[in-house]
Write a protein that binds this ligand. Structure first.
Ligand code: AHG
Ligand code: MN
Ligand code: MN
Length: 313
């Protein structure tokens, strides 16, 4: 599929882009439906109900009312949609059967990533993974598409269905129009994001970070995984790390709901994602709440991270 010319780019909306890309009908409908749902979640955020919901999620973290309403909005879209079989999110303790059982796709969601940032008016996002097989049988590489929606100064949506990673902007008319097509990361970038506390880092991770600092990388860390990854994608390079910690050997971020969808998108953009040793997309999730250390971004930095981490000091 050749790139769409600059002249027409701003007038190519999401549905036309997916049709030109030859994406299968039901998957096109599903991606479109999720993108539209982003508008409803954005409206919820603007209602600025930023109170705690009084519940805790499977990670035993306090849930904001917004976490739960974003989750409810997403789940209700898929309920009997006719092409989604299972829905699973980091806000629910088990996989939900939202279809009759013969639908093609299953969806994972981090309905509102970075929700603790909403009260500071920093950008937050929704992370989606689309699987070809039921999640309960997800023992093979079943992720066929991924997307995220960023609620910032603009609402943007980034998706890949295996034919490159593309960005759309929600325009004044409420349409998602193409802004960046087939985004490709450079071999290396100049920014880095650092999760976890320095005092809790393992020595080999600290050595990697000190390397980046000697190389003059600029620190970019908002505390929101979606905008932090989006920055690396749109700036065409850099690395995001949330490492294994002395007191948390699997780090903080969630393998199924956050890391594998982002790894799909970044890999499609010519980047890499690892837990320090293996490819994030090749890790077989053992449980819904599984976490993993993450090094994700342009090739040079991720390869470097693997090099430093292989020298356990
Ligand atoms: P969520 O709001 O879905 O729980 O995700 C928050 C995550 C992620 O967005 C971010 O990268 C990370 O938490 C930040 O963690 P720290 O506050 O420990 O830096
Ligand atoms: Mn999250
Ligand atoms: Mn979340």
């Amino acid at each position: 599929m050749e790139n769409i010319s600059d002249a027409t780019r701003g007038f190519v909306d999401l549905r036309r882009h997916m049709w030109i890309a030859g994406i299968e009908t039901e998957l096109r409908r599903l991606i479109w439906q999720i993108a539209v749902t982003g508008k409803y979640i954005s409206a919820k955020i603007h209602e600025s109900n930023r109170k705690l919901a009084g519940f805790r999620n499977i990670y035993d973290e306090e849930q904001l009312a917004l976490d739960r309403s974003a989750d409810e909005i997403l789940q209700s879209q898929f309920q009997f949609s006719g092409f989604v079989r299972e829905y699973s999110s980091e806000e629910q303790s088990e996989i939900i059967q939202v279809g009759k059982g013969n639908e093609q796709y299953s969806v994972t969601a981090d309905p509102l990533d970075g929700s603790s940032l909403v009260d500071t008016n920093l950008a937050v996002g929704t992370i989606i993974g689309i699987h070809k097989e039921p999640l309960s049988e997800g023992d093979k590489k079943t992720l066929v598409a991924a997307m995220y929606i960023t609620y910032g100064p603009l609402i943007t949506m980034v998706y890949s269905a295996g034919k490159g990673t593309h960005e759309f902007v929600l325009n004044r008319e409420g349409e998602y129009v193409l802004s960046e097509e087939r985004i490709m990361l450079n071999e290396r970038g100049s920014i880095y994001s650092l999760g976890g506390l320095r005092k809790d880092w393992l020595p080999e991770h600290l050595k990697f970070i000190e390397f980046l600092e000697r190389e003059g990388y600029k620190l970019r860390y908002s505390g929101g995984f979606v905008p932090d990854i989006n920055q690396i994608l749109i700036k065409r390079g850099g690395v995001f790390t949330y490492p294994a910690l002395k007191n948390k050997s699997m780090g903080k971020l969630r393998l199924i709901f956050e890391l594998q969808p982002m790894a799909f998108l970044i890999t499609q953009a010519g980047g890499m994602a690892t837990n320090g040793k293996e490819d994030i997309l090749l890790i077989k999730p053992e449980s819904l709440d599984q976490r993993s250390p993450i090094y994700i971004g342009s090739r040079f930095e991720v390869e470097k991270a693997k090099e430093f981490l292989s020298k356990t000091l």
